[in-house]
Write a protein that binds this ligand. Structure first.
Ligand code: NAD
Length: 471
């Protein structure tokens, strides 16, 4: 994929759309807290009243079970909205800050202000949540929003494009559907912030396009999220939780455990636990389980088949799964062992239900393995030893860490969610999202008197001595 910045001639419609939203923003009513509250309340109504429609679209795109659609998409957005509504007054209030004695008498404060017209570009794997949750933050901060759902999850995109204008202020919030061409055209416009969620190659394109307008970006990217299982971890719990986080949405989750580094002494028990959990969750035939999602399309299904060992001993041995059905894009929950770090499955983000398990001789070996690769979006460590956990936290870098569980740190509204290095930049959720879409403007006010002349030229020896002594 090219990393060259697109430089399209923006189409009249994209240019006109952004101009229209700019006029709305300049009119000032999106700054009004009553407007923000009303939009957030209406968005909450959309998510609540249209649950059946959204759930059906998610089932059509990803075979997403209704309960998973509720928990990981709709309820998640509702929590973001409720958090924003209950903290809006506090988040938007000017924050008094200390005044250094040299600037007294006076006062200093930080005033959050909206940025203007922002662009949110979403991917297909959680196509409701990853479009609407950034929108919650952008609206709470008082911005106008252009929302671009993923064309890959076409049913959900169509439903959102129809519902959003019915519920939200169309003068301030617009949906643009489409794929590369439409996104490229949008990226030719000047926005005041872009929040992009997707893969790193497109992230580079977005950032290069944004650079032309000096537009700040938040990049929510992916990568390989490791699990470290220490010797004294509760292995049954570790296996069950890793299996849950891995096979949720058929592995198409940016913070899904990508591979497991397991202390060699407990590898056998861990793999047995994974196999048992898969059977407990999805039965003997996961293809028949109503609780197991499908791969989003044929291209991803073929890509995943290509990551299986296919007779190459270095690429590992399939313990369970390893089969797919191209007719309905079913891909079995799969565990692979004896995987070489050079195997294809270890070269790219898997983003599907294949879990490679690699034995390690020590915790330090696991840390070295992680540090030899791109910084992950999430890192998981299972251990009964607090010192071991702290060793991992202190000596690795990742977007976030979850101890003795997977994925759930994403749902803590008080934690900014985002990557570091190759897994992204910036963050959102809760107040962090509000601040991503705000400018925190410093305002310092001084009294007119006194007005000592010591800081003004000409700089006499006396003034120099005073300033050098006290500043
Ligand atoms: P995708 O193909 O839906 O692309 C994301 C968005 O980029 C879409 O809206 C698409 O239209 C647009 N796009 C695609 N190609 C483009 C191009 N050449 N120019 C301009 N726009 C373009 O989604 P994807 O990239 O396959 O998503 C999967 C990736 O996203 C994985 O790497 C996953 O880890 C990551 N992800 C990250 C998070 C997070 O929160 N950090 C969440 C979900 C997914």
């Amino acid at each position: 994929m090219t990393t060259t910045a697109p430089s399209p001639a923006p189409t009249a419609s994209a240019a006109e759309l952004v101009r229209r939203l700019r006029r709305t923003f300049a009119g000032g009513h999106t700054r009004n807290l009553a407007w923000r509250r009303e939009q957030l309340t209406r968005l909450r109504a959309l998510v609540t009243e249209c649950e059946a429609e959204l759930s059906a679209a998610l089932a059509a795109d990803l075979g997403k079970p209704a309960l998973e659609a509720f928990v990981t998409e709709l309820a998640f957005v509702r929590v973001e909205i409720d958090t924003a509504l209950s903290h809006l007054d506090a988040w938007t209030a000017p924050r008094s800050v200390r005044v250094p004695w040299k600037q007294k008498p006076g006062r200093a404060r930080i005033v959050p202000e909206p940025l203007g017209v922002v662009l949110v570009i979403a991917p297909w794997n959680y196509p409701v949540q990853l479009l609407l949750a950034p929108m919650v933050a952008a609206i709470a901060a008082g911005n106008c929003v252009v929302a671009k759902p993923s064309e890959v999850s076409a049913h959900t995109s169509a439903v959102l494009a129809r519902l959003i204008p019915q519920y939200l202020d169309p003068d301030a919030i617009a949906v643009v559907e489409g794929g590369v061409a439409e996104t490229t055209t949008l990226l030719g416009e000047r926005f005041d912030h872009i929040l992009f969620t997707g893969n790193g190659n497109v992230g580079r394109i977005v950032m290069a396009a944004a650079a032309k307008h000096l537009t700040p970006v938040t990049l929510e990217l992916g990568g390989k999220c490791p699990v470290i299982v220490d010797r004294d971890a509760d292995i049954d719990v570790a296996a069950r939780r890793v299996a849950w986080g891995k096979y949720l949405n058929a592995g198409q989750t940016c913070i899904a455990p990508d591979y497991a580094l397991v202390h060699a002494d407990v590898e056998e028990r861990f793999i047995t636990g994974l196999v048992r959990s898969i059977r407990e969750f999805y039965g003997d035939d996961p293809a028949a389980s109503p609780d197991y999602s499908r791969i989003v399309n044929g291209a991803h299904h073929r890509r995943l088949l290509g990551l299986l060992p296919a007779g190459d001993p270095d690429a590992g041995t399939v313990v369970v799964g390893g089969t797919g059905d191209e007719h309905d894009w079913y891909f079995a929950p799969t565990v692979v062992r004896d995987v070489s770090p050079d195997a294809p499955v270890m070269q790219e983000e898997i983003f599907g239900p294949i879990l490679p398990v690699l034995p390690v001789a020590s915790l330090q070996d696991a840390i070295d393995f992680v540090n030899g690769r791109d910084k992950p979006l999430a890192l998981y460590v299972f251990s009964g030893d607090d010192a071991a956990v702290e060793q991992v936290v202190a000596h690795t870098s990742s977007g976030g860490v979850c101890v003795n569980h997977v994925v759930v740190h994403f749902m803590n509204e008080d934690i900014s969610f985002g990557g570091v290095g190759g897994s992204g930049m910036g963050g959102y959720h809760g107040q962090a999202g509000f601040e991503t879409f705000s400018h925190l403007k410093g305002v310092v006010g001084r009294t007119v008197k006194p007005d000592p002349k010591v800081a003004y030229p000409p700089y006499s020896a006396f003034k120099r001595a005073i300033l050098r002594r006290y500043l």
